[in-house]
Ligand binder design. Sequence first.
Ligand code: GDG
Length: 470
Amino acid sequence: MAGSSSFVVVANRLPVDQVNTPEGPTYRRSPGGLVTALQPVLAQHKGTWIGWTGATTKHEDRAPEAFELDGMELYPVPLSPSEMERYYEGFSNSSLWPLYHDAVEQPVYKRRWWEEYRRVNQRFADATAKVAAQNATVWVQDYQLQLVPAMLREQRPDLRIGFFLHIPFPPVELFNQLPRRAEVLKGLLGADLVGFQRPLGAHNFLQLTRHVLGLRPRGDSVELPDGRTVVAGAFPISIDFAEMQNLAQNPEVIQRSEEIRSELGNPRSVILGVDRLDYTKGIERRLKIFRELLTEKRLTAPEVVMVQVATPSRERIEQYQSLRVKVEREVGRINGEYGRVGQAAVHYLHQSYSRTELAALYRAADVMMVTPLRDGMNLVAKEYVAARVDNAGALVLSEFAGAAAELRQAFLCNPHDLDGVKESLMRAVTIDPTDAARRMRTMRRHLRTHDVQAWAESFLTALDRTGRTA
Ligand code: GDG
């Protein structure tokens, strides 16, 4: 039986943070570009967002009731601690995440993880089938839910289904490692439109339908044996540009950014990194580069200092624990060799910050280093540009981040080539203000129109079109 929502978003997480009060848990909207872009669409269409609240519940417990927030209906899907371990930490983040990021860390495959991934995907699909109205539009998000489109279509062929992958989609040679590769591809092919960050992702996907399933993709689509056509395309995600720009113009944020510089000892240059503590982000190499430049005396501390915010992430997974040890060892080494009493060379912060503090940090940074080994898009790079309302600052950006395709005026570099990154960083540190302003202005002009609202609109328009031409 159909439900009543004509627009449904399905994502691993609901856009909320749980706040525990004496009366029990309540939810507060979490900051994020995705919810900013989708909230107006959801509010307008009596829409529902289906996802996990972020707190595991024992099997026997029921999921919290659906609730309303800012005009959106939020529909919680329960996850038990062992499902969390196998579906989320296991198959999603220890198999798929490293594999899809060029296997920069060795993916781990375990059969019981797959079983749980399938079961949890089925639960999300069942919930969606229940709440979606007849002929509704459903938008499934990201690698944790790749089986949902086909599971949903089986129950509800009337729906128009879109899928968007936030992370890279690997080439044939890598994807072929995946023990359940055919099932994953068939899962995605349940959608009418499969969206990727970059055209290469769409290309890899279409090639795989040929190599693994023997289909014959043509142009940007592939026809299935049942006669249905699935379209693949690139929809580079972006940020809420206006939100970051407004934050950065706020007098309190400006004052805070001045305070940060003075707390750092008023250095000539502040180099900033802001990342989830993840091995795809290239944090360790970035620190090594800074150390080498200090050793070679091309940079000297504390005239130049580095601030590295490494937001805690996936802390129960072993590879993340060992990354933390390696990063912290490197920070200790740099400060041991190049710091002074009361004057660190690297300020390392394994903490999560508010949006206002992030905006103040962006404004305080002369150089922003975004040097992932592989990244679907990288929103931090775009946020830095949006925050530079003063047209100052310079961005060093990895060619392996999706954002590099758009932010061409950044100092682009290959994060595997340490000497190349060093050159880019030195050019950014010593940039002439007129050149910096020219580059920043061009990047800002691009992002002003290519924001997250435009992204959602372009995906949903394309999804709508697939229904008409089919
Ligand atoms: C995945 C893909 C793709 C970070 N620290 C704090 C904080 N953040 C915010 C940033 C930014 C977001 O988290 C991180 O987004 P990224 O895009 O940089 O990276 P992933 O988390 O890996 O995201 C990526 C993205 O999905 C979207 O499709 O771009 O390629 O890997 O917005 O500002 N926010 C707050 N405190 C922090 O300490 N409040």
